[in-house]
Each structure stands twice: as C-alpha cells, then as structure tokens.
Design a protein around this ligand. Structure first.
Ligand code: ZN
Length: 365
C-alpha cells in the first residue's frame, strides 16, 4: 500500500522522467563506500492488512493467505476478497502473510513459517511477520481464523496427504465444535464436486492429544489461535494437484462462502460473481511500473530494459506499481536483503507474485 504523499511525489517527478534507452546519470563522488560497485536499496516488502466492516452487525473473521509461498490458490483467493464490500459482519484480510516466500515461489524461503507460532527467534527474517499476525489475532479477537493452503495430494485417497480437506486440531476444543462447523462446510463444497477423489473430508490432527501423530502442529498458526488466544481456527486446504489455479481459487471461495454464512458475514457482490470477475482478470496479463532513483534522478520503467550505470552509483528502488503482489527480485541476491553492493551486471525480475513480468538489467560501466 502506498500513502497519498508518496503518490503525489511520484506524480510530480513522473512528468520530469525521461524514458530513453540510454540515460546518463550524474556521477556522485564518494556516495558509495565501495566505489567499484553499485549500491542497491529496496523498499520494505509490503505486509498488507485490509479491514472491512458491514453496516449490519455480524461475525468477525481473520483470513490469512500465503503462509506457504508456493500455494497461489490460497493467497489469490484472499486477495480477491480485498476488492469486495461487506454488508454484514467484519473481516480482516492478510492475503500475503509470507510475501518473501511468495516471490521466491517456495514453501518457506526462511524455513516453514507455519512452524514458528510457538516460538520464533528475533533474528529470524520471518519474525516481524509472525509477530504481526499474532498481534492482529490477539487484538482483533475474531470469532475464527481461516488459514488458507494448497496442500499436497488428495486427503480422501491418501490419509498422509494434506490437500483437499479442512484441517482442524481437535473435533471439539473448549466449547468450539470445530468438526461440526468444518463438516457443514465440506458438505456444502462437496455438492459442487463431481470427481470422487476431489471430495473434501474433515481431517482432525488431534494436536492436543498427548499421543498425537502430529506434534509438529503444536507450532502452527491454528494451534496458536486455539491454545493462546482461545479462538477457533480452520485450515482450508485445496490440492496442489488440481489442474489449474482456477479450480484452486474456486474451491477456496466455496469453502469461504459457507463459512461466511455460518459466521453471519454477508458480502457484495456475491461469491459466484467475484469468481467470474477473477476468471476475467486471470485472462489479462498483469502490468507493472517501477520507479528507480539513480544518483538522485528518478526514472519510470514499464518493460524490459538495460541501464548502463557508473560504478559507485546509488540505485534506489522507490516503488513497484501494479497489483498488490508486484515487487522486484534481484537475481542471485538474498531476498531478505534490503541493501547490498554488486560489481557485476544485476538482473532484477519484476514479478506479480509467482509470475515474472519483465526484467531490468543494471550494467556497471
Ligand atoms: Zn500450506
């Protein structure tokens, strides 16, 4: 998200920016401590949280996507909800809870984030994000937390697979009838499923049992919600092995449609129409524009480009304009770094989540 001041600033200099293929940049002496290299700076990665409230009183949900970065059905489904309005109830959306892993298209670029909710070291690059998620749940006090995933396989045919099911930590925990709720949701979704192996069962990991087979789940987000916040939580899992992103998003929306009804949350436009909108947007290629400041001079780049840059220069990425998943990934550089020096040509891939849009090459001269 960008603030309006920043937008104004960008508008102002855009009128001055010259988009010619070869640009000479003012050389700045001693700007960099390593004069033979170029110093690059990236902005903080966005951590988007969106709150929506309806006029009518209803339930409250926190909905979290993208804890695992290679599960696009999950974070795209939450992202779609950022564009709707609420008639009844309240929702707080965190579409890209692990944006670093999303950009890397890895389950966990810094290890599995869903094993860091019982304990996380302060030096862990995921620390600020895990803490933010925990603080949001603690302060918002929702009626439930939904954590969306694209798991492996199909649970109905393979009990060791986590795809295509709703995962709960216990059938009943305190006064929360997790199984009863999850079962209503799977019954609803299964009415739309014509293949037997795509049907959704409820999978209880019985994480609170002393002899549980899933001790690792005691470090998860849903276990944190139940054990530390007394908030019921559900893992909505579609399968990674569904034919395309479309089916993954569709099943996530179907699960949320029923959960919204059960928690007295009403949205507009309705779920079937937001899915059709998604299909429409899915067909169009995402576009992006990048604002880069080189030794104090800003340029706007919207397609593949090679820039010849004097050694010792300062290159600052100011803004990645596009959809919410737009950001730059410097090839061969640790994705957690915001600032680094590079003496050879640097390729920066401009991405929209897992999709590469174009690349910018910085050639030292
Ligand atoms: Zn997952």
């Amino acid at each position: 998200m960008e603030n309006s001041g920043r937008r104004e600033f960008i508008k102002k200099f855009l009128s001055l920016a010259v988009a010619s293929p070869i640009i000479s940049y003012p050389e700045i002496a001693a700007a960099s401590t390593k004069k033979s290299k170029i110093h690059y700076t990236f902005p903080d990665k966005p951590f988007q949280t969106i709150y929506k409230k309806g006029v009518k009183k209803g339930g409250k949900l926190v909905i979290i996507g993208g804890i695992h970065g290679n599960e696009p059905g999950a974070y795209k489904a939450v992202d779609i909800l950022t564009e709707i309005s609420l008639v009844q109830g309240e929702i707080l959306l965190i579409p890209r809870s692990n944006f670093t892993s999303i950009l890397a298209f890895k389950r966990g670029y810094n290890g599995d984030m869903n094993r860091k909710f019982a304990y996380i070291q302060e030096k862990d690059p995921d620390f600020p994000y895990v803490k933010k998620i925990q603080e949001i749940i603690e302060s918002f006090k929702p009626d439930a937390v939904l954590s969306l995933h694209d798991g492996y396989g199909f649970h109905i045919t393979n009990k060791n697979a986590w795809g295509q099911c709703i995962v709960i930590d216990e059938k009943i925990y305190n006064n929360f009838h997790l199984y009863k709720t999850a079962n209503k949701v799977t019954n609803h979704v299964n009415r739309f499923v014509n293949r037997e192996n795509w049907k959704f069962p409820v999978f209880s990991t019985e994480t609170f049992h002393p002899d549980t087979n899933h001790k690792e789940q005691q470090k998860s987000l849903t276990y944190f919600c139940l054990s530390k916040c007394n908030v019921p939580a559900f893992c909505l899992e579609v399968s990674k092995q569904l034919p395309s992103l479309k089916e993954k998003v569709q099943f996530h929306l179907l699960m949320m449609e029923k959960l919204f009804e059960l928690f007295s949350i009403q949205i507009t436009p309705p779920f079937n129409s937001i899915y059709n909108d998604f299909l429409e947007k899915f067909r169009r290629k995402a576009k992006a524009e990048v604002v880069v400041n080189i030794n104090g001079r800003s340029v706007l780049i919207s397609g593949r480009k090679t820039l010849k840059i004097p050694r010792g220069s300062e290159v600052k990425f100011i803004d990645f304009k596009g959809k919410s998943g737009t950001f730059g990934v410097a090839e061969g550089v640790n994705l957690n770094w915001r600032s680094f020096h590079m003496g050879k040509t640097l390729k920066v891939k401009i991405k929209d989540d897992f999709q590469s849009l174009f690349s910018i090459y910085f050639q030292p001269v």
